[in-house]
Every structure is written in C-alpha cells, then in structure tokens.
Design a protein around this ligand. Structure first.
Ligand code: NAD
Ligand code: TDX
Length: 334
C-alpha cells in the first residue's frame, strides 16, 4: 500500500502521517491494515509547513518538497500510489481576508491540478479534506451534507470551490474521490496563528490574548486525532462522490474557550484584550455527523478536557517548536 499525502508537513496532515508511521494519540494505535503502508509527503513548506513535524528519516516515509500546482511534479510522483489524501491548503481565515490570491491558487488551482494528475496516472482513490466553513454560518441547528454552500470568507470560498471541483471529477470522469468536511481541530503542532496555540503561547510568554469582537462566536472543537481517524474511515470505506461531515466535538463560544485556556495556563481574565472583530466573522459552525457515524462507524474518542489539557502541556513542553513559527506572526497579532 502506497499513499501520497499532500500538505503532510502541516498541522493535521503531519498528525495523519505520524499516525501511519508510529500510531496515534495516547497509544490509540495506527490504522488497521495500514501499519506497513509507505507514505510519500508532498509539501511546499509554506510558513505553515514544518519539515520537523515529521520524522527526519523513516523507512516508510519519502518527503518531497514540492507544490501541488506543479503538474509535471505530480505526474512524475503519483504513479505507483494506491491513494491520495489531500490536506495541502492555505488554511488561515485572517490571512485570506488580507489577501485571497494564494488561497485561490493553492486551494482551487492546486486541487484541480492534483485531481487531474490522479486521473491521468490511474490513482485508485482520493480523499479531499475540506471544512465545515463551506456551509457559511448557522445560528441554530446543524448542517447536514445536503446543506447549500454559502461560504463567507475567501478561505471558505476557495475550499467550497475545491469541493465542487472534486465532486465534478467523480461525476464527469468517474474518479473515486470522497470529500470530508470537519469542524475546528485542536492538538499539538498547530501553527500559533490559530486561536488555541496563539492564546496558549501568548500566555506562556506573559502576554495578553486578543479576543475578536464580543467573543460570542461559537466553534465546535475536535481533537486532530479524531479528525484523522475519520479521514482514514472515509479513505477505506467512504463512497465515491460522497461528502462526509466530521463533527462530534465540543461546542464552545470563544469566551468559553478563552476561559478554559486561561484556567489551564493559570491566568486571569485580565489577560484578555478585546480587539476589533474579524471582517465577516462567522457566528457559529455546527455539523450533523450522522452520516459518517451510521455509514462508517465513526466515533470521536479523545475527551475534550484531556485533549485540551494535553495540548496546552505540549506547547509548554515544546517552546522551541512554536517560537520560530511565531516570530513571523507577531506583527499581525499585535
Ligand atoms: P496547515 O496550514 O497547518 O497546513 C497546510 C500544509 O499545506 C502546510 O504544510 C503547507 O506547507 C502545505 N501547503 C500549502 N500550500 C501548498 C502547496 N501549494 N503545495 C503543497 N503544499 C502546500 O493546515 P491544517 O490546519 O493542517 O489543515 C489541513 C487541511 O484540513 C486543509 O485543507 C484545511 O482546509 C482542512 N481543515 C482544517 C481544519 C482546522 O481546524 N485546522 C478544520 C477542517 C478542515
Ligand atoms: O486571535 C484570535 N482571536 C479570536 O478571537 C484568533 C486567531 C481567532 N479568534 C476567533 C476567531 C474564530 O471565531 O477564534 C475562533 C477560531 O479562530 P481560528 O483559530 O482562526 O479558526 P477558524 O477561523 O474558526 O477556522 C479554523 O477552523 C476551520 C481553521 O483555521 C480552518 O482551517 C478550518 O477550516
């Protein structure tokens, strides 16, 4: 079994690859039937990618420093692979508000190039990793996979476009591709531009934390290990052309999440700086994940309290990892 993973040096992709190579969170083990799988990672190593998120060398890992918009590279690399798991993307909403070009280039153009190359080289199976943000914002209730797409940020719009292109490659060309749409992930190795690692590392450095607007926006938080297990279920059992929501995490307002982080870091609410709201800030995301539970037996396993405490501890224990990544982000978060 040979799997090509795009974006495997990023937060979620690297967790997926580390699990394939060495097992998952807290001894939860690897993926059944894949403990011998050979893995090729293709990653551009943007500001968000870090080669150190993966083993420096491993007998089952090949790392390729490359761009998914490079068709010639993909045509060269893909033959011989049984499946592609596609994580590579520009992933930060705030960056897409500042400039959308890279989001359209990588998330839309890169996905199309990858799907085209998979088709041309006869790759049997593709999983396209997407997000709940493609549905927009929902005040109450939860989105099923049939919900209309109404993305609000350029990031979300670029992901929605890539989902539609992926589905079109199934409908038009018969490519065996499934799409996952997950809620907010948390866990180790997440870039310190995102809420949880930004707040934790700011507090570890004795700084305040910037809460956007009134902090009543709601997100559903799922441990990265549960997301990756869901992707593996879809890879092995998901149907072609189908979309699978991946939820079942913990729903919290940003104020509630901030309070939990303050508690875990031994800090007070006085550390919170109320800053201007994100433009077009989505109020609430919530997924109905009945389909993946009933069809594929998905069940999140990581308890939120334990997972969050372990995540905070990981940042406390690994300052070398996040200090380098954070330096370039300081200006934007000031
Ligand atoms: P990330 O920003 O941490 O990692 C993205 C990776 O893709 C990086 O290693 C980067 O170097 C690489 N990359 C970017 N452009 C590339 C290109 N042109 N060619 C090759 N590699 C490139 O992102 P993440 O949080 O790990 O998210 C991974 C995927 O999961 C994304 O598709 C994202 O939309 C999706 N997702 C994320 C979340 C979340 O909460 N983080 C939730 C749901 C879905
Ligand atoms: O400094 C901050 N202050 C703040 O209040 C930051 C960075 C964020 N926030 C708020 C905005 C959101 O309501 O916290 C919430 C979470 O923000 P992010 O961590 O930026 O995540 P979000 O915008 O919800 O998107 C994430 O989940 C879905 C990922 O970044 C996406 O890649 C994924 O698709």
């Amino acid at each position: 079994m040979r799997i090509l993973v795009t974006g495997g040096a990023g937060f979620i992709g690297s967790h997926y690859v580390r699990t394939l190579l060495a097992g998952g969170y807290e001894g939860l083990g690897g993926y059944e039937g894949y403990t011998d799988a050979r893995v090729t990672v293709v990653d551009k190593l943007t500001y968000a990618g870090n080669r150190a998120n993966l083993p420096a060398s491993h007998p089952r890992l090949d790392f390729v420093h490359g761009d998914i918009t490079d068709r010639a590279l993909l045509l060269d690399l893909l033959p011989g692979h049984d499946a592609v798991v596609h994580f590579a993307a520009e992933s930060h909403v705030d960056r897409s508000v500042e400039s959308a070009a890279a989001f359209v280039h990588t998330n839309v153009g890169g996905t199309q190039t990858l799907l085209d190359a998979a088709l041309a080289t006869g790759v049997r199976r593709v999983v396209h990793v997407s997000t709940d943000e493609v549905y927009g914002s929902i005040e109450r209730g939860a989105w099923t996979e049939e919900w209309p797409l109404l993305p609000n940020s350029p990031y979300a719009a670029s992901k929605a476009a890539s989902d539609l292109i992926a589905r079109s490659y199934w409908r038009t060309h018969g490519l065996d591709v499934s799409i996952t749409r997950c809620s907010n992930n948390y866990g180790p190795y997440q870039h310190p531009e995102k809420l949880i690692p930004l707040f934790v590392t700011n507090l570890l450095e004795g700084e305040g934390v910037p809460l956007y607007g009134d902090g009543t926006n709601v997100r559903e938080w799922l441990h990265v290990d549960d997301h990756c297990r869901a992707i593996q279920l879809v890879l092995t059992g998901g149907r072609a052309g189908e979309i699978y929501n991946v939820g079942g995490g913990n729903e919290l307002t940003n104020r509630q999440m901030t309070q939990r982080i303050l508690d875990l870091c031994g800090a007070e609410w006085s550390s919170v700086r109320h800053v201007a709201d994100r433009k077009g800030h989505d109020l609430r995301y919530a997924l109905d994940e009945t389909k993946i539970r009933e069809e594929l037996g998905y069940e999140p396993r990581v308890s939120f309290a334990q997972g969050l405490a372990d995540t905070v501890a990981w940042y406390r224990d690994n300052p070398g990892w996040w200090k380098a990544a954070k330096h370039g982000a300081e200006e934007r978060t000031a």
